[in-house]
Design a protein around this ligand. Sequence first.
Ligand code: SF4
Length: 385
Amino acid sequence: MELWQRILGSSIRQPEDLARLVPGIDVNAIKMVTGTYPMFINPYYLSLLQNPQDPIGRQCIPALAEVVTDEQTTADPLSEESDSPVPCLVHRYPDRVLFQVSSQCAMNCRFCTRKRKVGTDWTITSEMRRNAIDYIANHPEVRDVIISGGDPFLLTDETIDGLLQAIRAIPHVEIVRIGTRTPAVLPQRITPHLVSILKKYHPLFINVHFEHPRELTPAACLALSRLADAGIPLGNQSVLLAGVNDAPGVFVELNRKLLANRVRPYYMYQADLVEGTNHFRTTVATGMRIMRELRGNTSGLAVPQYVIDAPGGGGKIPVLPEETSCYDGRQTVLTNYQGRHFTYSDPELTAVPDGSMKRRARKKAPPDLLQPPTRSRIQRRRRAG
Ligand code: SF4
């Protein structure tokens, strides 16, 4: 048995076991939650904890708020089930599919979008995986396969090898991406042997999932360097989580550290409207503030796209601070992170088929266009169409 498997084997599932290791937790409150949403914390991740309410504890220790009902959230807000033509495969966008290959995770994250499934009796069988591969093979429009779960790296090396080989054998699949949280929550999983398998299947991209700078331990950094040394481009997806990473400066530090470890911040998600996770949700204004903070305090390479995965299966939609730009079809007023305004004009001339240039038709700009894009001006311009 490998080290990562031994660590997983010692994971904590029972509230009483957790209480022995983390003094001060409310065993009865945790029991009220785990009947609905099971707990699973591996000892590596628990070793990062300083107190139950810190950003590590909030991500792994069940909270009574999970079983408080509310009217805004649902079990499957992204409508994944209705976009699944075969079990364990979501086909929402024309050219790409999300292939859920594993039902296991190295930890049950309390904020998980698939909370309805993770840690329950949800199982993905090898037959389901085979059917999903057949579906991909029979759909030539699919050029991008995102391998997800659960966590794909909870499968054995042999299974991962077989899966990648089968997907790579489909001629129309151009890109394979893997989404995994193991570098953050069980970095021991990124063994030299696993990496030697992955590097056979380029072009392969990996999106990791770090939520807080404290997750970037020496073990996590070693895992990331193994993947990067294998030539695998690394991106990070974080979810904006109240009490975890919504404090000023946390995302700046996280993304700087990720970049220093050759991980490009990719997405910052607004938390989904998932049942049992309402206490993690922040306002969109918080996300916008963090984006401004990132733009002002770190390099563009460390600035992810801020997106909302639209409820009801609308897909990922980028969100920008609303005062960032204002465009009237001719000129754009831009506001930088310091609140200073700049104007960018479209070209006055336009090319015609004979190769010469002609002047573009002039359009009268609204009188206040070059004024700073205050909230009332933005609203006025929107009303004017
Ligand atoms: S590792 Fe990912 S899929 Fe698993 S519980 Fe955490 S967020 Fe959910």
